[in-house]
Ligand binder design. Sequence first.
Ligand SMILES: [Mg+2]
Length: 237
Amino acid sequence: MTDGPAGTLVLLDIDGTLVWRASQEHAESVIAAIYEVHGEIELGRVDAAGLTDRHIVRSLLRGAGFTDAAIDADMEWLLAVAVRGYEERCPADLTAKVLPGIPELLDQLARDPAIQTGLVTGNLEPIAHRKLHAAGLAQPLLPWVGAYGSDAEDRNHLVPVAQERAAALHGHRGRWPSERTVVVGDTPRDIECARIAGAAVIGVTTGAFPREALTAADVVADTAAEVAEALAQLSQA
Ligand SMILES: [Mg+2]
């Protein structure tokens, strides 16, 4: 075994964690892509919180009677149409959607030599980056590290991908150690993907779920300041 990179890897979710109600154009782009590729079919609803974009598309199309083979045949095309649609729809300025204290938290993490920040999000990669640029949050997250809805359909596969990329950024093979990885997210699915990877997890109540839904996290935080406190505790442990 080689020595891994030093410090703590902090993997942030986007929607409900860094920004809130910044997904309307994103959702519209996915739906428009489904219509463009498959026609104006009847779509039901899907509980999308914490799901990857691929997973959302599959759930909607299965609900409309499509087989997995039919879904897979056009999935890459459909996602490319969604990305193009978001590039057209994304507002130039999403700064009003940034959650309180998040710019300060990201700056603080970026300055801390013991922390590597990254993303674990169900957003397709180009959509994630575009959204964070519009939100004014890209700078402290550069160079981008993380895993996206582009990398896997199942969110539970994303943390190891992010750990491998973060280790590589620091010149190490393999994955950033899970005992020094902390996931921060607003849904039970964020907690699950952290647990499956053996990482610690901070649940935040700034998204769609109340504290009671997030009790499986190591810490539940109501504010960005509480996230910073929890990270200090967890990275000492
Ligand atoms: Mg979220």
